[in-house]
Design a binder for this molecule. Structure first.
Ligand code: PHE
Length: 507
């Protein structure tokens, strides 16, 4: 409708001066006309200029001035060309309204000199106000300054405000009817190409946004690795960041690719007594099938049994029967220290060399799930073994490690682990939360663990562990761990979460 009307009209006319009036005259909706204009313009059937204009009506006073002339003009006309006239005479001669308004406007325009006697200061004046009002009556456009002064004198009033009407002319591709363009390179279109007009290829058109994968928040967190600033921008894996810190400190990664572990490596090798509550099915997921491990290093198992039951290496042991069946039970590893025990055992087999190991991987605990606990989460673990290490070395390594994460203010609290003595919980002051938060656990592995493996007597092993989720929760100001990991994670959040930087946030 609108398209036919516009193209048809332009066939016999040079232009459509005002799309709004055009729409009104043709009984069309102006919005629709504007849309059609845009589309016809895109194909250059027409050329269109978008304009803005206000329309005014004359007020009663304005109409009077337009018909009879402005009061100031009458006032001026009443003053003689030569000589003077008294105000009293003028008042007597003129209509009170004309006298009133004219006596203000005429001197303002510097047409007359006022006093007791009034005289002309110019020979001739033009009644511009009247002219302008007449122009407005004819629908002509006036400058803003003039409109402002007429509005101020309440001679005109705004009737309609056209925000964006168009002035339309024929374009280079003008035709009285739109040719439909072929937009696709189909087999048919290619066969009939000579009869068709193809739509021009728009190389500037934006393609469909590609829906890509998104990093999980745990993977997205940045640590502030100061020596590798570039890396902050190129890599976005929290594991990679922790890994970088470990690697810069000379640590090797441990192979953690076994979620299923035997109780032996998870507990017994770590001198964890078989009656320990953590070994209960309330705390640990045991496997139904295969429910026992296939093989263990028998001579080492014998030494572990011995140290549990009756001690040795200066220890009294637990003085309790140690059952092989318990050690054989398969479970989902409850900590990555299970991997550390395998690694230390392997290390003890060869001639001793100092080592620094780390791992970052999944662990499982049969815990009631709540806001801060999940049944599976991730642990970061560091282990250093060398001759003659002390608690001072452990504290030093921890200071170094955590300061690289931007946490330099550490405190330690004595703790208990079956496999470390002494043991320390690690706290860091969190400026954002304004309190000390526990960030990890640490200790020196006991001789009851290291000696049966066959490590030299003077070799000491210091180690620490922390969860990956905890610092991430603090960073994301997320108080529900289930929003971070597991099936309740909101995919939209994953998509939109900003990247956090450990160092910057907590510094
Ligand atoms: N395995 C401990 C835990 O799960 C962490 C730890 C690792 C403690 C190494 C001491 C030494 O919390």
């Amino acid at each position: 409708m609108a398209e036919e009307a516009i193209l048809g009209f332009l066939q016999n006319n040079d232009e459509i001066a005002h799309s709004g009036y055009f729409a009104a005259e043709h009984n069309l909706d102006h919005e629709e006309v504007k849309n059609v204009i845009k589309s016809l313009q895109a194909f250059r059937y027409i050329e269109a200029k978008v304009l803005k204009r206000e329309f005014f009506d004359l007020t009663d006073e304005g109409k009077k001035y337009a018909a009879e002339g402005s009061p100031e003009f009458h006032f001026f006309s009443a003053v003689p060309e030569e000589g003077t006239i008294s105000m009293d005479d003028l008042q007597r001669m003129l209509d009170p309204f004309v006298f009133d308004v004219g006596s203000k406007q005429a001197p303002k325009k510097k047409w007359v000199a006022m006093g007791q006697q009034v005289s002309r200061t110019v020979q001739h004046v033009e009644d511009k106000v009247k002219e302008m009002l007449l122009q407005i009556q004819q629908g002509l456009e006036l400058d803003q300054e003039t409109l402002k002064s007429l509005k101020y004198r309440k001679l005109i009033i705004l009737t309609e405000k056209w925000s964006g009407y168009s002035e339309v002319k024929k374009g280079p591709n003008y035709a009285p009817k739109r040719r439909s363009l072929a937009t696709d390179l189909t087999r048919e279109n290619l066969q009939n190409w000579q009869e068709l007009d193809f739509k021009e290829y728009n190389v500037n058109a934006k393609g469909q946004p590609v829906d890509s994968g998104h990093l999980h928040p745990l993977l997205k967190v940045h640590s502030n690795v100061k020596t590798e600033l570039l890396d902050v921008f190129t890599s976005s894996s929290v594991r990679k960041q922790f890994k970088d810190i470990f690697c810069q400190m000379g640590f090797e990664e441990m192979p953690t690719n076994n979620f299923v572990e035997s109780s032996f490596w998870n507990f017994d090798a770590l001198f964890q007594p078989q009656q320990h509550p953590a070994r209960d099915s309330h705390d640990t997921f045991f496997l139904k099938a295969p429910w026992t491990t296939r093989e263990l290093p028998e001579d080492y198992v014998a030494r572990v049994k011995q140290v549990h039951e009756s001690g040795g290496y200066g220890s009294r042991g637990y003085n309790c029967e140690w059952k092989r069946e318990e050690a054989n039970k398969n479970l989902l590893r409850t900590h990555t220290t299970a991997v550390s025990s395998r690694m230390l055992y392997a290390l003890a087999k060869g001639p001793f060399t100092p080592k620094k190991y780390f791992s970052i991987d999944r662990v499982f605990r049969n815990e009631a799930v709540d806001k801060t606990h999940l049944a599976e989460f991730h642990q970061i673990e560091g282990v250093v073994c060398d001759r003659g290490l002390t608690l001072g070395d452990l504290i030093g390594v921890l200071q170094e490690f955590f300061s690289r994460l931007g946490m330099s203010n550490l405190r330690f609290k004595p703790a208990y682990n079956p496999y470390t003595e002494p043991s320390m919980e690690i706290f860091s002051y969190h400026a954002g939360l304004e309190k000390w938060v526990e960030i990890g656990n640490s200790g020196m592995f006991r001789p009851e663990m290291l000696q049966p493996m066959g490590l030299p007597e003077d070799v000491r092993v210091i180690a620490w562990g922390l969860s990956l989720e905890r610092p991430t929760m603090i960073l994301y100001k997320c108080d529900n761990i289930r929003e971070l990991f597991g099936h309740k994670v909101d995919l939209k959040k994953v998509k939109e979460n900003p990247i956090c930087r450990i160092g910057i946030e907590s510094a």
